[in-house]
Design a binder for this molecule. Structure first.
Ligand SMILES: *[C@@H]1O[C@H](CO)[C@@H](O)[C@H](O)[C@H]1NC(C)=O
Ligand SMILES: *[C@@H]1O[C@H](CO)[C@@H](O)[C@H](O)[C@H]1NC(C)=O
Ligand SMILES: *[C@@H]1O[C@H](CO)[C@@H](O)[C@H](O)[C@H]1NC(C)=O
Ligand SMILES: *[C@@H]1O[C@H](CO)[C@@H](O)[C@H](O)[C@H]1NC(C)=O
Length: 381
């Protein structure tokens, strides 16, 4: 009995240090968002998803492509910051204040504050639809919904925005040449950017280096070591494609006088499976892109034109979605399989997150814990 007590004591000390290691390294987590798409017939029920995210991952922001009541209810009391979307087809009606108020009453008000709804997106990639009634209605719809929010005293809790594809740019290379498409620039984007400034809400974009890259630029797209791309105008060197895309957006905003606004990455990602032998479409490349992305946007390094910034970022997507049309890779952007097993590991699970967030600190403290344990054992032996 007496002989076993030193080892018990050392185990206790070791356990204490290991606990300390996980607590200390947890603070480095930052904020990670995912897009929770549901174009699948095999996904777990929303309540299971919400608790899985809360209990087993470091994901603390979720964006929905809709405002499904079941999902809003499922995220109650999880603390996860939820972004919901008014689908594109509602935009013309949303310019009607009664409709906007009704939408809020039906889809948001019943679920807050238990569910932490922080943002409402009016449509998705609306300018790319080429549908005139949607495009013309976009900013008025956002303004009307804002009026409804103010009326319900929710404007301090909830922001309004809308995500854009990079198709809104007519030029993006080099990044300092970034320019919005003519016609959209003054008629839609200028009032939109004014809305963001007035309501202190972010401009949201969906940059996908995956869609822009070729065999020659794969390393540049995946944040691997590469020789970079030099911007002659600014004399700045770009070492990854995401920075170049974000700076092209920034340059376009600056041309209209809106370089002070926050930019949020509403969607970005990389598929883990494609058809036959597509280069760079595999689980390792997807893990590299999303892992490097997470570290980069949280690092505080920023981009060449936006130094020291961090970017709120939503990885596309939470699950592989079997009902998405198109080539194989469309259905394989997920971080997780529908049964909630990871497709690859990028340190998003709580069990591996601390080590991934700060491997050095974690290793030092673990080594320390084991040394102290051994020391105590020896002293008693
Ligand atoms: C544009 O969108 C509206 C609203 O969804 C829809 O009623 C209309 O048919 C669309 N127009 C075109 C040309 O697709
Ligand atoms: C828009 O409003 C009209 C009239 O209130 C209604 O008939 C129509 O179904 C609405 N459209 C959508 C997409 O909700
Ligand atoms: C505005 O929306 C309300 C509520 O949905 C509806 O009853 C009304 O007919 C709409 N008005 C117009 C002009 O579409
Ligand atoms: C970014 O941070 C560096 C190092 O702290 C500092 O020297 C620099 O002035 C900052 N740049 C901007 C634009 O804030």
């Amino acid at each position: 009995m007496a002989k076993s007590s030193p080892s018990f004591f050392s185990i206790l000390i070791t356990a204490t240090f290991l606990l300390l290691a996980s607590v200390l390294t947890k603070g480095v987590e930052g904020t990670i968002g995912v897009n929770y798409g549901t174009l699948a017939d095999n996904l777990p029920p929303p309540s299971k998803v919400a608790h899985f995210l809360q209990d087993s991952t470091i994901i603390n922001r979720v964006r929905l492509f809709d405002a499904e009541p079941d999902i809003l209810e499922a995220f109650a009391h999880t603390g996860i910051a939820l972004t919901v979307t008014v689908p594109n087809h509602h935009i013309p009606n949303l310019t009607n204040l009664s409709f906007a108020q009704q939408w809020l009453e039906d889809y948001v008000q019943p679920y807050i504050p238990a569910t932490n709804v922080v943002r409402i997106l009016v449509g998705n990639e609306v300018l790319s639809t080429a549908n005139k009634s949607l495009i013309v209605g976009l900013v008025p719809a956002m303004q009307t919904l804002q009026t409804a929010l103010v009326g319900a005293s929710l404007d301090r809790r909830i922001q309004i925005s809308t995500p854009h594809s990079l198709g809104i740019l007519s030029a993006s290379s080099p990044p300092s040449n970034g320019n919005f498409r003519q016609g959209y620039d003054t008629h839609v984007l200028k009032p939109l950017l004014s809305f963001h400034r007035a309501t202190n809400s972010p401009f949201m974009v969906n940059p996908y280096p995956f869609f822009e890259c070729s065999t020659d630029t794969l390393d540049y797209a995946l944040f691997r070591p590469n020789s970079g791309v030099f911007d002659e105008n600014t004399k700045l060197l770009y070492t990854n494609m995401l920075d170049a895309q974000l700076d092209a957006v920034y340059s376009a905003m600056k041309l209209l006088g809106f370089d002070d606004l926050e930019i949020v990455i509403a969607e970005t990602g990389w598929p883990s499976l494609g058809d036959s032998d597509q280069i760079g479409v595999d689980a390792n490349s997807a893990a590299e892109y999303n892992g490097n992305l997470m570290r980069h946007v949280q690092s505080g390094v920023g981009t060449p034109l936006m130094p020291n910034r961090t970017f709120e970022t939503y990885i596309f997507s939470l699950f592989n979605e079997d009902l998405k049309p198109g080539p194989t890779w469309e259905r394989n952007f997920g971080l997780f399989q529908p049964n909630m097993t990871p497709v690859y590991d990028i340190g998003i699970l709580r069990s591996t997150a601390a080590a991934a967030a700060n491997p050095n600190l974690h290793h030092v403290i673990c080594l320390l814990a084991i040394s102290v344990g051994v020391l105590i054992l020896n002293n008693h032996g």
